[in-house]
Design a protein around this ligand. Structure first.
Ligand SMILES: Nc1ncnc2c1ncn2[C@@H]1O[C@H](COP(=O)(O)OP(=O)(O)OP(=O)(O)O)[C@@H](O)[C@H]1O
Length: 334
């Protein structure tokens, strides 16, 4: 049985003719113990989807089930979930221990049991020496760990994460990503994690839900999403620099879009004639920006390869087994 099922979930804000539909029928089956990341640009509906699972937003139509039990009409506290928020939402006047224990106290868990669970979570998260501190006496990364600790002690069926790393600097974010992975390996709790950062999605997820304007464009492993994107949107959203999408280059027929990743283009003796616009050195590799007719392409090359210079005319070839074809009308993979 799936740990979490979304069945044609729809969300409208407002009522009647003025209603604004923002989630247009999302279906997904998430297996027990899976770590699923919902990714997409600002406004695509990621938070709304997560908040509907949490019970913080009503569902306009469709069904959400946790371990087979439909939870549409259940309060958040009855859903057996725990959520970690972007702003951590810690109680400022309570110690770290009390912040982590609070939900259990409310749920009338016996005091010795609370102590055992908080101590265990504190140990996993290396917070043991900070239990007496107040949130203001902690670093951003430590507060983030307290927020996770508070979720862990509840021993929920499902963890929900709403961009929990977005307030951390780049280094701490990378480090916390590894901690979250480790935590997931240890606890094996089904997790749904929202982010707008495709790198975070690729590195954390076992499977990724890519949202585009309230629709689910793809649900697949990081590998699938990267190497077989279901739409031009997924192709250009996942990967940096994005996949090149060509409509007019020689060999592309009307109504088609050819997708090719920057790492699958190279200088060659046969192929497209291209004008070099600009070359960027990124340490171990170089990005070469070129123009094929009216369309720009980005090529990724090894920094050791002698680059062309801006203004040069070169020949660029695409690796033939790495071509992606999309329908120009629907944007779907063909
Ligand atoms: N309470 C609300 N009333 C009306 N519209 C809303 C409400 N909350 C969100 N929306 C709209 O729903 C859409 C999805 O919003 P949502 O916050 O889920 O997007 P998101 O992908 O999480 O974006 P972000 O990354 O910016 O948080 C947006 O168009 C937003 O304007």
């Amino acid at each position: 049985m799936a740990a979490l099922s979304l069945r044609n979930v729809i969300k409208r804000y407002g009522h009647g003719p003025k209603a604004n539909q923002v989630i247009h029928g999302v279906s997904a089956e998430i297996e027990a113990g899976e770590f699923v990341v919902i990714v997409g640009p600002s406004g695509c509906g990621k938070s709304t989807l997560l908040r509907m699972v949490a019970g913080l937003e009503e569902i306009s139509a469709g069904e959400i089930a946790i371990k087979g039990r439909v939870v549409n009409d259940l309060e958040p506290s009855e859903r057996d979930i725990a959520m970690v928020f972007q702003n951590y939402a810690l109680y400022p006047h309570m110690s770290v221990f009390d912040n982590m224990a609070y939900g259990l106290k409310i749920a009338k868990v016996p005091v010795p049991e609370i102590k055992t669970r908080v101590d265990k979570a504190a140990k996993i998260l290396e917070l043991g020496h900070l239990l007496e501190r107040k949130p203001r006496e902690l670093s951003g990364g430590q507060r983030q760990r307290v927020a996770m600790g508070r979720a862990i002690v509840r021993q929920p069926q499902v963890f929900l994460f709403d961009e929990p790393l977005s307030n951390l600097d780049a280094k701490l974010r990378a480090q916390t990503r590894i901690e979250i992975q480790k935590l997931h390996r240890e606890l094996g709790i089904t997790s749904l994690f929202v982010t707008h950062d495709q790198v975070e999605a690729m590195t954390l997820a076992q499977r990724i839900i890519v949202m585009n304007g309230g629709m689910m464009d793809q649900f697949g492993t990081p590998e699938e999403v990267y190497s077989r994107p279901a739409t031009t949107f997924v192709a250009s959203f996942m990967g940096s620099p994005p996949m090149n999408l060509l409509k007019q280059a020689p060999g592309v027929r009307a109504g088609q879009i050819l997708g090719i990743r920057p790492e699958h283009l190279s200088l060659a003796t046969e192929g497209w004639s291209a004008q070099i616009e600009h070359v960027e050195l990124l340490g171990a590799e170089r990005l070469v920006y070129a123009r094929i007719g009216d369309e720009q392409v980005i090529m990724r090359t090894d920094a050791a390869v002698l680059p062309p210079s801006a203004g040069d005319t070169v020949t660029i070839a695409a690796q033939q087994d790495k071509l992606h074809w999309f329908d120009a009308g629907s944007g779907k993979r063909v």
